[in-house]
Write a protein that binds this ligand. Structure first.
Ligand code: HEC
Ligand code: HEC
Length: 190
């Protein structure tokens, strides 16, 4: 039993390093490997699954307005990001308090992510490149990105969004493990 487990683990490790080593210039995988590779996706893909969730995406928008709800509709009432993401005219925090209210979600210093951190419309590969580009991400190393994603109050809100909003689908602990294995692999982009 132990040895079976060991072989399974060893081959999983082998395959994941194999998947990482793949790049567009390489020969296509033999069929038995491509089947296994599908079960062992690139380590950024499950992370992208979290980042693309509406709880994150509704603030990481590329337009002037935040978005709302699981369908990411344009914010109602109409509001604009303003010069610092905190609102044009009326401030975000005049409605969004430090905690969720019965209708309005809340967390400390509620505001939009800057345009350089907009992820809307990006595929997984471009999302990863934008995220890790230190000229766009606030000068953060991969470790600092992980720290932000596990400890920031606005990010944390996505696990406790209040009302009928769907929380992010993986637990904070699982997300931490995913980030750790991505960083251990050298924070590669697909
Ligand atoms: C209420 C709005 C809001 C929500 C919700 C939100 N963010 Fe952000 N996010 C921001 C703001 C504002 C910044 C800029 C913070 C800074 O650099 O000081 C930011 C920055 C980041 C950064 C820094 C680097 C970069 O390039 O974006 C990461 C990573 C990030 N957010 C991840 C997430 C994840 C993951 C979620 C969902 C689980 C999420 N955010 C949800 C507003 C939000
Ligand atoms: C006049 C009040 C008001 C102002 C000002 C306001 N909001 Fe909202 N916001 C709301 C209400 C109400 C909701 C909840 C709608 C619902 O869930 O039915 C909401 C929801 C949101 C959501 C949706 C969260 C989700 O994932 O469903 C985001 C993101 C958001 N606001 C960002 C902002 C930002 C950023 C600003 C400032 C630029 C801002 N809001 C200014 C009232 C306001």
């Amino acid at each position: 039993m132990r040895s079976i487990l060991f072989v399974a683990l060893a081959s999983a490790l082998f395959v994941s390093s194999f998947t990482l080593a793949m790049s567009p210039g390489h020969a296509p995988l033999p069929p038995e490997f491509s089947a296994i590779a599908e079960e062992n996706p690139h380590p950024f893909l499950p992370i992208a699954g979290v980042l693309k969730h509406p709880r994150c995406m509704n603030c990481h928008v590329s337009g002037e307005s935040p978005r709302q709800g699981d369908l990411s509709k344009i914010h109602s009432p109409p509001v604009k990001r303003g010069p610092d993401g905190r609102g044009q005219g009326m401030k975000c925090t005049s409605c969004h308090r430090v905690k969720n209210g019965p209708v309005i979600p809340g967390a400390p210093d509620w505001h939009l992510a800057p345009l350089s951190m907009a992820w809307e419309g990006l595929n997984e590969s471009d999302l990863c490149r934008t995220l890790t580009d230190q000229t766009k991400n606030g000068g953060r190393s991969p470790e600092a990105l992980a720290d932000h994603m596990l400890n920031d109050a606005l990010v944390g809100w996505a696990w406790n969004p209040g009302g009928k909003r769907t929380p992010v689908p993986v637990s904070k602990e699982e997300f931490g493990v995913l980030l750790q294995s991505w960083i251990a692999a050298g924070a590669p982009c697909p």
